[in-house]
Ligand binder design. Structure first.
Ligand SMILES: [Zn+2]
Length: 483
């Protein structure tokens, strides 16, 4: 069966055909690191990590670019508010986010380019747009994209002109030729980061950063462009306009958007998470509470395109569902310790469960990455195992055939879970890879101190501090937090 992907451009599921056989190029809009990440930032990263893992499993060589928007109004505002350099602000929150991603078992993208390191590429693209008449310089050194110069504007979001202006909250500016025009380059204001350009010192706007970086790493056209559904307009609409006005072809063939992570309320309504509503749920806090693996399970228990309400009950359910898979695996380990007997159990039911789970899993994933159905398939194997386990008396033994079937089913369960980024190995349930590593270092430092090796202990503390991890010694032990 072919892989089908829901394409926001056509509002339909389409068969996935990459530009180049065997290869997939994919760009996903990453975070603006100006504050601690919230649970929505974990969700999109997990959603596209699942996409990447499935494409790789299907034999594609994937080039995955996720940018870091480290030049943006919000970072500048944070740096002024906190009275420190914008680079420090962006670097700190970006490092913390990378740690969150490690805890969520998100594989690092092939490249994570930072806007601040690509200003030359951005300037070159803006120059091209000016030369071809799609952009113009305003008095004062700003540069704007002229939306009427790109007649296909609105193709992705399917909004009419009036909605577009309302949705974009476009900055009103008398110097603009058209109300919809948006800024590609902003002239420097005192105290803001700036770079030299043909139009005087300034900095790039957010939208152009993605067009320049995707072009640099993936070329003028690529296969998949992803991001949260809240980015469809205006960000992705503007990316299309900038990139396609500067080239002949289309920017991306498939546009994928993940649903929003909302806050569940007592009246069973959902509301959007936002800083202004003061209802933001922190990613690090949540990982600290339930662990990265359980949070990852929670994200993929829903389809990536649906909006999900975030509440503690759903999180607990995810944690226990993951635990059920782990225990299922342990039951298999235990049954496999029994010596096979010639007249032992053939375990046909395990074989049947394995075959149908494998089929369901593949079908579900090929149908626009249906992770909830894929997880149900895994639970199908565990259900069969649990029935065998519950009936197995002390004298239970599999036949040679039964043993083989059980061990193949275990392999399938572990492999398919791994494709979703869920590890079922027998070790203790950790809070996530990065968190477990820091716990380990804290423990090593304690042992060094107990043994009087203070130089080593101090070194561990200061190296962790360089990474933004602060240790706090208390009478009852050492705790740590991100700076
Ligand atoms: Zn973007």
């Amino acid at each position: 069966m072919a892989l089908r992907i829901y394409n926001t451009l056509s509002r339909k599921k389409e068969e996935f055909v990459p530009r180049e056989a065997g290869k997939v190029s994919m760009y996903v809009c990453g975070v603006t690191p100006y504050a601690p990440a919230h649970v929505g930032h974990g969700r999109f990263a997990v959603a596209f990590d699942v996409v990447r893992r499935w494409l790789e499993y299907r034999g594609y060589e994937v080039t995955y670019v996720m940018n870091v928007t480290d030049v943006e109004d919000k970072i500048i505002a944070a740096s002024q508010r906190e009275g420190r350099d914008w680079r420090e602000v962006a670097d700190q929150y970006n490092k913390a986010y990378l740690m969150d991603l490690a805890d969520l078992s998100v594989l690092l993208p092939t490249v994570m380019p930072k806007a601040s390191e690509h200003v030359e590429d951005i300037i070159a693209l803006v120059e091209e747009l000016i030369e071809s008449g799609h952009a113009y310089v305003l008095d004062g050194g700003d540069v704007a994209f002229h939306v009427p110069s790109f007649p296909e504007y609105g193709r992705l979001s399917r909004r009419d002109l009036e909605q577009q202006i309302v949705g974009a909250r476009v900055e009103a500016d008398e110097r603009k030729k058209d109300a919809q025009d948006f800024f590609l380059w902003k002239a420097a204001k005192p105290g803001e980061p700036s770079w030299d350009s043909p139009w005087g010192p300034g900095r790039p706007g957010w939208h152009i950063e993605c067009s320049a970086m995707s072009r640099k790493y993936l070329g003028e056209g690529f296969d998949i462009h992803g991001g949260g559904a809240d980015l469809i307009f205006p960000h992705h609409e503007n990316e299309i306009a900038q990139s396609e006005a500067a080239s002949d072809g289309c920017l991306a063939r498939y546009w994928m958007h993940n649903g929003m992570t909302n806050v569940a309320r007592e009246d069973s309504d959902e509301e959007k998470m936002s800083k202004s509503l003061g209802n933001v749920i922190g990613l690090r806090d949540t990982i600290g509470r339930v662990g990265g693996p359980a949070l990852r399970y929670y994200y993929i228990a829903a389809h990536y395109r649906s909006d999900i309400p975030f509440d503690d009950k759903a999180l607990e359910q995810a944690a226990s569902a993951l635990e059920r898979l782990r225990i299922g695996r342990q039951t298999m380990d235990r049954l496999l310790e029994r010596r096979p007997k010639p007249n032992g159990a053939d375990l046909e039911e395990i074989e049947e469960a394995r075959l149908s789970a494998g089929e369901d899993f593949h079908e579900a994933m090929d149908d626009d990455f249906g992770t909830s159905r894929a997880l149900a398939a895994l639970h199908g194997i565990v259900g069969a195992v649990n029935r065998v386990g519950a009936e197995a008396s002390a004298s239970f033994a599999p036949s040679e055939e039964g043993r083989h079937r059980l061990s193949t089913a275990r392999e399938t369960l572990v492999e398919l879970s791994g494709l979703l980024g869920l590890s079922l190995d027998g070790r203790r349930v950790g809070r996530g890879f990065a968190t477990d590593l820091v716990d380990l270092l804290v423990d090593v430092r304690r042992k060094a101190r107990d043994a009087g090796q203070y130089a080593i202990a101090d070194q561990v503390r200061s190296r962790l501090a360089e990474l933004g991890i602060v240790l706090e010694d208390r009478p009852d032990g050492t705790s740590w937090r991100l700076k």
